[in-house]
Design a protein around this ligand. Structure first.
Ligand code: IMP
Ligand code: MG
Length: 178
């Protein structure tokens, strides 16, 4: 009766993530002269931070940063399909270029809900950046303007993303095997 040993498989190394975030930042910096990042907590905290630093290096310094919380899963791994906004922005977005910064687009319900919610506040433009996208899991279409990586249907963690509130601190992205 040995304890089952859980192994992890690294999907993206720290270096791969840093390179991709740099590429995303140059695409974003090309498209905007001023921008407000809306980081979605908690999963996008590292991504928002790295993106902001890279945008600065790319010369986009007319930048504001704020955060929101959207809860879709509760404690489980299954989307509720009825996401709730549990923490709103502090800054106004009317007349500004807004980029939603999200860790993962899974079913798409969270991003769809957020997009509609923020649209009603009359931003000048509204777009989505998602580091990871699980295309085969998508149930509603969401307009992702900047996408880091397409990933298979695995439950991943690391680089801000949690598995049961664990693993956010990891500089890489992995999933459990075995
Ligand atoms: P959606 O509404 O189904 O698209 O859910 C998106 C949210 O679910 C993401 O922002 C994540 O917080 C969470 N999520 C989706 N897939 C994973 C995963 O593989 N690991 C951890 N969280 C995930
Ligand atoms: Mg999330």
């Amino acid at each position: 009766m040995g304890r089952r040993v859980e192994k992890e498989k690294v999907l993206f190394t720290e270096n791969q993530i840093q390179v991709r975030v740099g590429e995303l930042a140059s695409a974003v910096a090309n498209d905007y002269e001023s921008l407000m990042l809306v980081g979605i907590l908690n999963g996008a905290f590292m991504l928002t931070s790295d993106l902001a630093k890279n945008l600065s290096k790319q010369g986009l310094n007319n930048l504001e940063i704020d955060f929101m919380r959207v809860e879709s899963y509760g404690k489980g791994k299954v989307s509720s399909r009825a996401p709730k906004i549990t923490s709103d922005l502090k800054l106004p977005i009317e007349g500004k270029n807004i980029l939603i910064v999200e860790d993962i687009a899974d079913t798409g319900y969270s991003l769809e809900h957020l997009f509609e919610f923020l649209s009603t506040r009359d931003p000048l433009s509204l777009a989505i950046l998602a580091l990871l996208s699980k295309e085969e899991r998508r149930e509603v279409r969401v307009p992702i303007k900047y996408r880091g990586f397409d990933i298979p249907d695995k439950f991943v963690f690391g680089y801000g993303i949690d598995a049961g509130e664990k693993g956010r601190q990891l500089p890489y992205i992995a999933y459990k095997t075995g």
